[in-house]
Design a protein around this ligand. Structure first.
Ligand SMILES: [Zn+2]
Ligand SMILES: [Zn+2]
Length: 343
């Protein structure tokens, strides 16, 4: 089968012919219908310093966002059967550590990641531990299923917040931020303010339901948010930007008693003044790593299925797997929303 393989510790990847394999105990073999490029795949492709330091072993078939059909299951697999439609959960927990036992397997102490610690989905087929597949309704559109993993990242932080009637600011309008915007609207936010430097992405933000789109290059976004909230500040700020300066601004535009939800991972340290920014404000800052297994999936599937969260505006590119290099270029230069690859 054809597969996009990271072969060397440096930029790029190769399309290679590799032998498919049968699933072992606890594994599932999936025929990939469509896969999607994640921001974290771009970091692996470019061999960013964070990835270089991570000890990732090569060669490795890349990718972790996909929709496919189960071809075969190994011994002991009970969550799916052959011919089931499935989408990809990226976290592979051990199931036996202290944190898994506390009911939070997505932040397992021995966490493995599909496409990093195991071979991934940028291929005609993949074999993955059963925890890495989530069974989808059979009529669920494959292109939407392929992006449910980042969609879940964007929407999950909102599920435990008082979103209805609130003003939500989403910093960064990459795919995860775009899904967060639609999620905030679906959960009843009265005002969703998006920020991004790219006009293309602000246009996508508007298509996903943002009520106001702000460019930090053109205006003072903190003042703009204060203006839009009668000087009070935003109830919720969700940072998907991974940008230290945007994060600082997010803290400043948060109202007293507000909550900052953090998904983006800045490559630089972020400075906070804990007195005014946290204590005097009684602010809450919460970090998120992906989706809850599998609460997030159960909650987002019907939201997408019933049209409350659209996915089509976010998908800007659909390319054959052989054109993966063009796909990575588009994703890296932020000319794209989501880039799909079809094996
Ligand atoms: Zn992803
Ligand atoms: Zn564990």
């Amino acid at each position: 089968m054809k597969a996009v393989v990271k072969t060397q510790a440096g930029p790029g990847a190769e399309l290679l012919e590799v032998p498919p394999r049968a699933p072992g105990e606890g594994e599932v073999r999936v025929k990939i219908d469509v896969a999607a490029i994640c921001g974290s795949d771009v970091h692996v492709y470019d061999w960013a310093p964070r990835v270089a330091k991570s000890g990732m072993r090569l060669p490795r078939i890349m990718g972790h966002e996909y929709c496919g059909r189960v071809l075969e299951v190994g011994a002991g697999v009970s969550n799916v059967k052959p011919d089931d439609l499935v989408a990809g959960e990226t976290h592979l927990p051990c199931g036996n550590c202290y944190v898994c036992h506390l009911g939070k397997p997505h932040i397992c102490l021995n966490l493995k990641i599909v496409g990093r610690d195991t071979d991934g989905c940028f291929a005609e087929e993949m074999v993955v531990p059963a925890a890495g597949v989530f069974r989808m309704p059979d009529d669920f559109p494959p292109d939407a299923a392929a992006v449910l993993e980042p969609l879940g990242c964007g929407v999950r932080p909102l599920f435990n917040e008082d979103v209805a009637g609130s003003t939500v600011v989403v910093l960064g309008a990459g795919p995860i931020g775009l899904f967060a915007i639609a999620g905030a609207r679906a959960l009843g936010a009265i005002q969703v303010i998006a920020t991004n430097r790219s006009q293309l992405r602000l246009d996508l933000a508007a298509a996903m339901g943002a009520t106001t789109c702000l460019s930090p290059e053109r205006e003072d976004v903190v003042q703009a948010v204060r203006g839009l909230t009668h000087g009070v500040g935003a109830d919720l700020v969700l940072d998907s930007s991974g940008n230290a300066e945007a994060f600082r601004q997010g803290v400043q535009m948060l109202r007293k008693g507000g909550t900052l939800l953090v998904i983006g991972m800045p490559s630089q340290p972020v400075q906070l003044e804990l007195g005014p920014d946290l204590c005097l404000k009684e602010a809450t800052i919460r970090g998120f790593h992906g989706r809850e297994m599998y609460r997030t999936w159960e909650k987002v599937v019907p939201l997408v299925q019933r049209g409350a969260i659209p996915t089509a505006p976010v998908v800007t590119h659909k390319l054959p797997l052989s054109e993966f290099a063009a796909g990575f270029a588009a994703a890296a230069e932020r000319r794209a929303g989501k880039v799909l690859l079809v094996p």
